[in-house]
Design a protein around this ligand. Structure first.
Ligand SMILES: *[C@@H]1O[C@H](CO)[C@@H](O)[C@H](O)[C@H]1NC(C)=O
Ligand SMILES: *[C@@H]1O[C@H](CO)[C@@H](O)[C@H](O)[C@H]1NC(C)=O
Length: 238
């Protein structure tokens, strides 16, 4: 799995969003309260325009357009990972489409974004018998050594169990066999699984698909250098 790092200037934009979250505008006094009232009024002034846009999209000339464009993206462009060729195609398509729609000031700007490429990935159970496992590396996973990683697995059903059995996890491949509760709740194993496994000294981690059932859909393997500075490797048993 190869990682080509290119730096991110888009991040500055993305990071702006959480800053206002949870901070009531009025907290710092009357000035903010007034600004908030002004903003409310300004937004309310656009209600006619907003209604026109909604009507256009739902009942008017642009009816079904969002869905049709989504379908086109999915069918002809496919996954659009940041920095990928597909993303480039998607952007070019959208640029043309918006110009054809007659919008003003449609233009492209160069940005720098991180770029991650999926390499070849595979996993195999080698004991008690050989069995090839369908896997998918999570974006941002780091590469294994060329010969892969071979280790015993430790199967846990929760982070609690992992912490209780922390002593056993060292040097192993942690396999999360978590119970599916809901996407919102269960997805924490995908987000944090590698980090928690690395904290207890595991070599790699394997996370079950975040879904209520699986029809041989891929397991996600994760390996990340996390914010806590732990390094976690991808399972790859040749
Ligand atoms: C949008 O899709 C609906 C349902 O398929 C269809 O009845 C309608 O005619 C479509 N509208 C346009 C503008 O194509
Ligand atoms: C299992 O797979 C390993 C690695 O590919 C191979 O060396 C070994 O011979 C296989 N064992 C059996 C019983 O097929």
């Amino acid at each position: 799995m190869k990682e080509k790092a290119k730096l991110l200037s888009l991040l500055a934009f993305v990071l702006l969003l959480p800053q206002s979250k949870g901070n009531p505008l009025s907290r710092d006094g009357d000035g903010y309260q007034r600004m908030f009232e002004d903003m409310k009024k300004e937004i309310a002034d656009y209600s006619d325009v907003a209604k026109k846009i909604i009507d256009l999209a739902i009942y008017g000339r642009a009816q079904n357009r969002s869905y049709e464009r989504l379908a086109l993206f999915v069918d002809t462009v496919g996954p659009r990972l940041s920095g990928s060729k597909n993303l480039d195609l998607a952007i070019k398509y959208m640029y043309k489409a918006l110009r054809m729609d007659g919008l003003e000031n449609v233009h492209l700007e160069p940005v720098k974004i991180p770029h991650w490429e999926r390499g070849k990935e595979s996993a195999m159970m080698i004991e008690p018998r050989n069995h090839s496992i369908s896997i998918l590396g999570l974006g941002g996973s780091i590469a294994t050594p060329p010969e892969g990683i071979t280790a015993e697995v430790l199967v846990v059903t929760s982070f609690d169990e992992l912490h209780q059995r922390a002593q056993e996890a060292k040097g192993k491949i942690v396999v999360y066999n978590q119970r599916y509760v809901s996407y919102g709740e269960t997805v924490q194993y995908r987000g944090q699984g590698a980090v928690e496994a690395a904290k207890v000294g595991a070599k790699a981690s394997l996370i079950k698909t975040i879904a209520p059932f699986s029809i041989n859909s891929r397991y996600c393997v994760t390996a990340e250098e996390s914010s806590v500075g732990v390094k976690q490797l991808l399972i790859f048993i040749p």
